[in-house]
Design a protein. Structure first.
Lengths: 408, 408
């Protein structure tokens, strides 16, 4: 595997991890923009815009875009988060340039008013659909409660109100401001011809105008508020607990991942043995989400309404025990094996490497090989984890729950 | 990649595709037994037995099994179908032997009576859960309707009645009869030491007694019955259409996969353009399922009850058109790219190769490399597909639908 990179004169960075032995190639545009870069007035525009890119360009109809992907057999997707909008695909090596060229076209969309009006209904239905999924809604709402006025609390989807009021003109303005070439990275992995990709990008993207794309950055420790909402139609209690954690720029993110695995992996974690295995909770998992200058640890727990209080007591007991005694060597060893095996297996496919490669560059302007990541995970000691527990006290959390009226 | 294989004196076959450059290793036991090998009296025992293997052995408790997997960081799983029960894992290379040894232990389970009684409730709840999923239930019930008295019509999960009446003694009898070493294959892929795996298998499995493990084999063209069931709680119409297709032993299975992709892939297929893109159906997909001596093409379509008749008319129109005019070069080229890219990308991970390697041996006692499969797909011509359409008439289908009372 060989790392290569270059920057076009307008600021578009192209990074590649070339592996000519790979059976496929993967490429993607990583645009450094998301709901945290929106004002509340236009909340949801990043995600809506992601949909609009597939509606075509001045030269391509949506139908032609669909057929162009289809004819290559590409596995492609797009996604929007609080701070990134990414467009990526994996294809057979002979289609890498064709699909890369297609992305360069889509990244300069037509944003037609009639497409905008039709897609607005799709987005509104998507918001309604997610609102109907309590396991999703409880985490999303908890995030807003946790972040209070910090922009990372902005919902990715926006609300029915903000999407309803959004105009195509506002979207176009946002697009030209945030989709500047100096605010994005073109990443590619696997069996690709770097020079050919660079020549293509030079030809297709060098006329894109750079711009000023600021982002408000600050760490935030969380509101620590506790709220519960009643939903008559639910039969289960859904609980989200969120506490502060390190950012994507912080080297301690590897240790933070290990801590989340020790506390709340699907199997064999503290949560698992204390709640899931004895059937006190149906599911209980902790995740680490590291972002630009800020991070969170969040837990999602689902149980019967009768067990809600017991679940919160057990969770607090686990946090107290961690604060008092820290983690053990045995726990850390198991967590390392889990993270190393997931990391290693994912990295066997160019598509799996792409996300690492792209985000490493977006956040740290660094290349890290799989071996670098493996070494970083292996180097973590119990004392590193315990120092994190001391600095980021798990007990200082925000909590949001939804469940039926019968619970109190 | 190097193919290796050996057979122990009791008939246990070990096959391997060794790739020392891979970052992980994968291994699995492929047991040639499933619901088609059950009598109706014990229907569901194969799937129930799969659960019981994780309850431990005479030496290992369920807790110890759980912890043993957990400590290696293995990604592991198991699954039961009409004719196979498989147990597999992907791990870092240094844990391949440890996890293989664990599987050899689990393949000789304790089958304790009290574990059996507790797990019976879990299985019963699983049956109820799947019955509540109309998209699953409609396909499962259509399969039973299609296969009539053919054993491939047996439900994998069994019914609340058969599971309720099943005894631990019946399960033990089934286990000793079907889990004979000459009725299973141990497959491994990726960064593994073949000689070490064979030595381990020799030590751990050579005392397993071989047995006579017959299976009733016959092709079946389907009942062609049409039925609809009313479910008051549904708001959508769920339709399954099933027609005969080639078996796993038939070289034409590659052409049959291409036909299913042309007709009913998620995007860009005939179904997609005729029903999903114009929003007449919410989803419409065709799959090809090839089994031992028999196969089916089945479609799942979901739509509003008002559109049900229209959907059936459109589907029949597509089948008529295919029978009259066949497929086009353009369609075939796109379908090849889709299948080749999925096949190639999946095969980049040892875990992805494992399933191909194991099933190829179970069904055909042959090794096929990725290059063999790619060549087979590339060699298919329009005339091959059209010959299949002529022989396996899509219009001679079984249909099962469920939906609300308001539709007729």
């Amino acid at each position: 595997m060989e790392f290569k990179h270059t920057t076009l004169s307008n600021g578009l960075v192209i990074v590649a991890e070339v592996n000519t032995a790979a059976l496929s190639g993967a490429m993607g545009f990583f645009v450094r923009t998301g709901s945290r870069d929106e004002t509340l007035e236009i909340n949801g525009v990043s995600h809506f815009l992601e949909h609009m890119l597939f509606k075509g360009t001045d030269e391509l109809t949506a139908l032609e875009v669909n057929k162009a992907f289809d004819s290559t057999g590409a596995k492609f997707n797009a996604g929007t988060s609080e701070e990134n909008t990414i467009y990526y695909a994996a294809v057979l090596p002979e289609y890498v340039l064709e699909v890369t060229e297609l992305w360069t076209k889509l990244l300069r969309p037509a944003l037609r008013g009639d497409d905008f009006d039709i897609e607005k209904n799709v987005i509104t239905e998507e918001i309604a659909m997610y609102k109907d999924m309590p396991q999703w809604d409880v985490v999303d709402t908890c995030k807003t409660l946790h972040f209070a006025d910090h922009p990372c609390g902005h919902s990715v989807l926006g609300t029915v109100e903000t999407i309803g009021a959004l105009t195509a003109e506002q979207m176009r303005e946002y697009f030209y401001r945030r989709y500047a070439p100096n605010n994005m990275v073109l990443a590619c992995c696997g069996n690709i011809d770097f020079d050919a990709v660079c020549a293509l990008a030079e030809k297709k993207c060098s006329a894109w105008a750079p711009g000023d794309t600021p982002r408000t950055l600050s760490f935030f420790g969380g509101s620590r508020e506790k709220q519960r909402q009643t939903r008559e139609n639910l039969v289960r209690e859904h609980i989200c607990i969120m506490s502060p954690a390190v950012s994507m720029q912080d080297e301690r993110r590897y240790a933070m991942s290990l801590l989340a695995t020790i506390v709340g992996d699907d199997t064999g974690s503290r949560y698992f043995w204390a709640m899931v295995d004895p059937a006190i909770a149906e599911t209980a998992a902790m995740q680490f989400d590291s972002m630009d200058s800020v991070g969170v640890l969040y837990s999602y727990i689902r149980c019967s309404p009768e067990n809600a209080k017991r679940v919160l007591d057990i969770t607090r007991g686990i946090f107290d025990d961690l604060a008092d005694k820290g983690v053990t060597e045995g726990e850390l060893g198991k967590a390392k094996n889990k993270i190393l095996s997931a990391l290693t297996i994912r990295s066997e496919q160019p598509m799996g490497r792409l996300v690492n490669l792209g985000f490493n560059w977006v956040y740290t302007q660094q290349y890290r090989s799989v071996a670098d990541d493996v070494a970083a995970v292996k180097a973590i000691a119990v004392a590193d984890i315990n120092a994190l527990i001391a600095e980021f006290d798990l007990r200082e959390f925000t909590r949001f729950s939804i469940g039926p009226a019968s619970a109190d």
